[in-house]
Design a protein around this ligand. Structure first.
Ligand code: NAD
Ligand code: DAU
Length: 327
């Protein structure tokens, strides 16, 4: 698999080690977003980390040849970074996916592509409309456009060369090992540091939250039972606006729910994401385990409280980047 030292990828490695008998070979570049420590404590007989780039053709050929199936998580993943410096997103997310597909084609391996609901753009606020597998692509940011491009490459390689592929597009994940640049861990670690929670704009933007362990179980179910060539949307009916999430974090951390600061909004900020996961639920019988966002969030806060040594090294540089953007 690729990207196994990042947030969702490392949670998938933990899931595979805990719930299956698979051997896991991780290819990860260890960018600013990748952490070897996220795999600490896992049996070295089961998990091997190879530090390298998904764009490195020779290395990718060697590792794909040695694997039964490839699950592709590696990406540049943060919208705000894609606004300040888009080219790494095109390189890793588009070129990197093409390099992997070529190796998968050469060795005829099973491929699962992990993607995002952001490829569909955004939905209006206060409507019952949701994204589904046939929603038209309309990405807004360099990040989501690069992920949309990668999805198109996967479908084209599947149709043209008969590769055995599946795709999934998931909504916003939360849980342990998420980089402190992202919304939820940024607020938790700001408060743990005695600082202030930061809300972009008015905070009416809606995200559809899913615990990352539920994302892992969904990807594994698709890998095992998904139909080749098919796309599955992953979501757990977790729609909330950012203001409500920030207030919940504040309350759970013993603060007043309005003790946050409004900061500059994200340019082109998507209004609302919402997933209709009927296909995944009905066709593959998948269900989320974390049905209470409040409880999942409380667990996540406890994890950041107990794992300062994991997040501390990221914090100062992340906040320095935000300060430059007035956020
Ligand atoms: P992340 O930024 O936490 O981790 C990305 C990982 O990829 C890091 O370990 C990084 O070192 C690695 N990486 C980056 N460039 C690489 C390269 N060129 N070669 C090899 N490794 C490289 O990201 P995440 O939030 O864990 O997202 C993982 C995947 O899930 C991405 O494809 C993302 O688009 C998708 N996704 C994320 C979410 C979310 O809420 N975070 C939701 C849906 C889908
Ligand atoms: O929907 C799936 C996507 O979710 C993934 O594809 C991306 O990789 C992942 O980063 C995430 O994208 P978002 O842009 O939605 O996530 P982020 O954590 O950056 O922001 C969530 C919301 O919170 C968004 O509306 C912006 C807002 N926000 C963010 C930060 C960092 C704030 O209000 N304050 C903040 O400090």
């Amino acid at each position: 698999m690729t990207g196994g030292a990042g947030f969702i990828g490392s949670n998938f490695v933990h899931y595979l080690v805990d719930q299956t008998d698979h051997q896991v070979l991780v290819l990860d570049k260890l960018t600013y977003a990748g952490h070897r420590e996220s795999l600490d404590g896992l049996d070295p007989e089961r998990v091997e980390l190879v530090v390298g780039d998904v764009c490195d053709k020779d290395l990718v050929l060697e590792l794909v040849d040695a694997s039964d199936a490839v699950v592709h998580y590696a990406a540049e993943s943060h919208n705000d970074n894609s606004l300040s410096d888009p080219m790494p997103f095109v390189h890793t997310n588009v070129v990197g996916t093409a390099v992997l597909l070529e190796a998968v084609r050469q060795f005829a391996k099973r491929f699962h592509h992990v993607s995002t609901d952001e490829v569909y753009g955004d939905l209006p606020l206060n409507t019952p409309e949701k994204f589904h597998e046939h929603t038209a692509y309309k990405p807004s940011s360099p990040y989501s456009a690069s992920k949309a491009a990668s999805d198109h490459l996967v479908r084209a390689w599947s149709r043209s060369f008969g590769l055995e592929v599946t795709l999934s597009n998931c909504s916003n994940n939360y849980g342990p090992y998420q980089h402190v640049e992202k919304f939820i861990p940024r607020q938790i670690t700001n408060l743990l540091d005695g600082g202030v929670a930061k809300l972009y704009g008015a905070g009416t933007n809606v995200r559809d939250w899913i615990h990352t362990e539920d994302h892992s179980s969904a990807v594994y179910r698709i890998l095992e039972s998904g139909r080749s060539g098919e796309t599955y949307l992953i979501g757990a009916d977790g729609e909330l606006n950012n203001r409500d999430v920030i207030s919940m974090i504040l309350e759970l951390m013993g603060k007043s729910p309005d003790e946050f600061e409004h900061v500059a909004d994200r340019p082109g900020h998507d209004l609302r994401y919402a997933i209709d996961a009927t296909k995944l639920r009905e066709e593959l019988g998948w269900e989320p385990k974390f049905t209470s966002f409040r409880e999942g969030l409380a667990d996540t806060i406890a994890w950041y409280r107990g794992n300062e040594q994991w997040w501390r090294p990221q914090k100062a540089a992340t906040e320095a980047r935000y300060a430059k953007a007035g956020q």
